[in-house]
Design a protein around this ligand. Structure first.
Ligand code: C2E
Ligand code: MG
Ligand code: MG
Ligand code: MG
Length: 274
């Protein structure tokens, strides 16, 4: 840093802020190397049909096994990956790896489960997302009906022609699209009739406490899904009472620690396929 630049302004930064900045710069530098150094790991969390008590799908969740810091959660590094644009290559990697994994399970004669992959806005803003997804499915040889893409409402809010067009193309291929963290965004509900969405994923914040208001919101989302002919899945299900609550309201698809934490692929196979 030159004296001219730092001269007047350095004293605005406390030591703590400087440290944090240093931390995040280091993390950012490390992230550039994470993919090629095989530090990114995919955990899978089962999506359970509580009516049949069987696994119908898994959600692929990214982890970063940092050489010094250990396992880092996506909430800590996805924002950096998004800011730097690294999310585009990381996103393509996880899409392909997750599809390969599920295809391998199918080929081994295990149940024909689906895989849900989270996509960020940045991936949609790259104009070739559709061909990337299509190529991955072709290369891996996985039928589009086994892949679900999870988007959040902040992507819907943008509502650009490119995003809408890409969603329609993906849907046209036979891929289902779920709205993740449903109910926490700032979008109007109108998009549900115009966009090719198959599933609402009830945000875990409504499931966790189940206060009177949370329960009312959860009820409303389930009814909304039913009336619009959409699938609904609850995430963050940790307790038996939550399972019972959802079950009594015909919301059978559930994901959460009550059933299983996210695990590496081998553990999924061990627990569910043997
Ligand atoms: P999400 O897609 O909404 O994923 C659900 C999060 O809830 C996961 O956190 C999961 O581990 C956690 N979870 C599952 N069951 C329970 C439960 O019963 N109780 C509680 N308290 N939590 C539960 P995780 O794995 O830390 O991921 C956080 C977020 O990071 C994800 O939220 C998703 O938005 C993002 N993310 C993860 N992987 C990717 C990825 O490959 N690409 C992108 N763009 N985002 C990702
Ligand atoms: Mg998700
Ligand atoms: Mg979610
Ligand atoms: Mg989330």
């Amino acid at each position: 840093r030159s004296k001219e630049i730092s001269g007047n302004s350095y004293h605005f930064f406390s030591e703590e802020m400087d440290n944090r900045t240093f931390e995040s710069i280091k993390l950012e530098n490390d992230l550039y190397k994470a993919l090629e150094q095989n530090e990114l790991v995919i955990f899978y969390q089962p999506q359970i049909n509580s009516k049949t008590n069987s696994i119908e799908g898994v959600e692929a969740l990214l982890r970063w096994n940092h050489p010094e810091k250990g396992m880092i959660s996506p909430d800590k590094f996805i924002p950096i990956a998004e800011e730097t644009g690294l999310i585009v290559s990381i996103g393509e990697w996880i899409l392909k790896e997750a599809c390969k994994q599920v295809k391998a399970w199918h080929d081994q004669g295990y149940p024909l489960i689906s895989v849900s992959v989270n996509l960020s806005v940045r991936q949609f803003e790259q104009s070739n997302l559709f061909s990337i997804v299509k190529n991955v499915l072709n290369e891996v040889g996985l039928s589009p009906k086994y892949i679900h893409l999870e988007l959040t409402e902040n992507l819907i809010v943008k509502n650009t022609e490119l995003i809408v067009e890409t969603m329609k193309q993906l849907k046209g291929l036979g891929i289902s699209i779920a709205i993740d963290d449903f109910g926490t965004g700032y979008s109007s509900l109108g998009y549900l009739k115009n966009l090719p969405i198959s599933t609402l994923k009830i945000d875990k914040s409504f499931i966790q406490d189940m206060t009177k208001d949370d329960a009312a919101i959860t009820n409303t989302i389930i009814t909304l899904a039913k009336n619009l002919n959409l699938n609904v899945i609850a995430e963050g299900v940790e307790k038996k009472e939550q399972v019972d609550f959802l079950y009594a309201r015909d919301c059978y698809m559930m994901q959460g620690y009550f059933f299983s934490r996210p695990m590496i692929a081998e553990d999924i196979a061990q627990k569910y396929f043997y």
